[in-house]
Design a binder for this molecule. Structure first.
Ligand SMILES: *Cc1c(COP(=O)(O)O)cnc(C)c1O
Length: 376
């Protein structure tokens, strides 16, 4: 692998040269310097969530991709007599419900179409028992913040209010938003919020992390349905020795530590949000000028990732479009909608307006070559 392509995807993302360079070091997992880096990473993540070390929240990193960290919460936090409610308006919400089923957890869903936000009122009704279920009121509610399936952002604070007033625990998959969209853990009533190294913090893949309310983390002791993803045990291990229970992704952690410094240097979450916003504006203007139609209504569209419908022409072949772009050094992403053919372009990662302009120029070239109907 010698080519360094630009990634316009939902992750892994393009990373800076300095983040990649931070991996040119073999750290021992018990090394004091490495342990200090892990501690600093955990504290910095809490602060990004508006929490202070020693306050109500704890940060627990977990080996694996983002899904592993979500599964760590689902399989660790819900007691044997617990009941989950999963709010679904895309593939990532569906995945959480599937996870619950795999672990034998009683689960129900509130579903919205993929181009609609989850309605806090519907959640409130279901938690009040007005959903007419016979299974009782849910003890745990899970939602996806930015549904990366479409780019839709769900109203996590308004939903959190309903969840908290029902006394249920609130699980937020903020995988593709944390670090890019300001989130205050306490203000959204989050009990468990999950993200990963290779999304908007702009690190490399290798682990995810959970920002958890300490009281909920303590309550999860002995609840885990797996050994390796036991969130409480992982936390206790880190608290006791500063070490991971099993081999940590040392290089990915060193890269992430550097990525966190670079987030600070960019002005923290507001600085990063401004760059991503600008990326998205330039992308949207360019794509729409070529005739590409976005899937979401403008008011629902985030600056994380944009979903475009396939052009109407029957001659459009996504695979061809994708590989022509890839040959030119630009990697986009296929769609994930359950009903409509579409593709996605991410505007996150270490890319700026110049890179977006580069991608747009490449797309223009392909479109022009095709000379086709309505642009294709
Ligand atoms: C990327 C993503 C995930 C899954 O992360 P993996 O690292 O692919 O396991 C989960 N939820 C959301 C919203 C995501 O964007």
């Amino acid at each position: 692998m010698t080519t360094n392509k630009l990634l316009f995807t939902p992750g892994p993302l393009t990373t800076s040269a300095t983040v990649k360079a931070a991996m040119l070091c073999d750290a021992g997992s018990r090394d004091a310097e490495f342990i200090a880096a892990v501690r600093d990473i955990r504290e910095r993540l809490l602060r990004i969530g508006g929490a202070a070390p020693g306050g109500d929240y704890e940060c627990v990193p977990m080996q694996g991709s983002g899904t592993f960290a979500i599964e760590s919460v689902i399989s660790s936090a819900i007691p044997r007599d617990g009941r989950m409610l999963v709010l679904v308006n895309g593939a990532y919400g569906r995945r959480i419900a599937e996870m619950a089923r795999v672990h034998g957890i009683e689960v129900q869903t509130v579903e919205a179409p993929e181009n609609r936000r989850i309605s806090p009122e519907m959640v409130g009704e279901r938690l009040g028992g007005a959903g007419g279920t016979t299974t009782g009121i849910p003890t745990h509610v899970a939602v996806v913040h930015c549904e990366t399936t479409t780019g839709m952002v769900n109203p996590i604070a308004e939903i959190g209010e309903k969840v908290a007033s029902a006394g249920a625990a609130y699980i937020v998959d903020a995988m593709s938003s944390f670090g890019a969209i300001p989130i205050d853990l306490a203000a959204v009533s989050a009990d468990f919020l999950i993200s990963s190294a290779n999304k908007c913090i702009e690190g490399v893949p290798g682990f995810g992390f959970v920002l958890a309310r300490r009281s909920r983390l303590i309550a999860a002791k002995g609840c885990a349905r797996t050994l390796s993803l036991d969130l409480n045990a992982q936390w206790e291990g880190l608290e006791a020795s500063g070490q991971f229970r099993f081999t940590p992704p040392t290089h990915a952690l060193l890269a992430f530590h550097q990525a966190l410094r670079e987030l600070d240097a960019e002005g923290g979450v507001p600085g990063r949000a401004a760059r991503y916003c600008r990326n998205r504006q330039v992308l949207a203007a360019g794509m729409e000028a070529m005739g590409f139609e976005p899937y979401l209504a403008p008011e629902d569209q985030s600056y994380i990732i944009t979903t475009y419908r396939y052009p109407a022409s029957p001659e459009f072949r996504f695979e061809e479009f994708y590989s022509r772009l890839s040959e030119m050094g630009f990697v986009i992403y296929p769609g994930k909608l359950s009903k409509e053919p579409c593709f996605r372009i991410g505007t996150i990662g270490r890319i700026g307006v110049e890179e977006i302009e580069g991608l747009l120029a490449a797309i223009r070239l392909i479109v022009k070559c095709r000379n086709g109907p309505n642009f294709w």
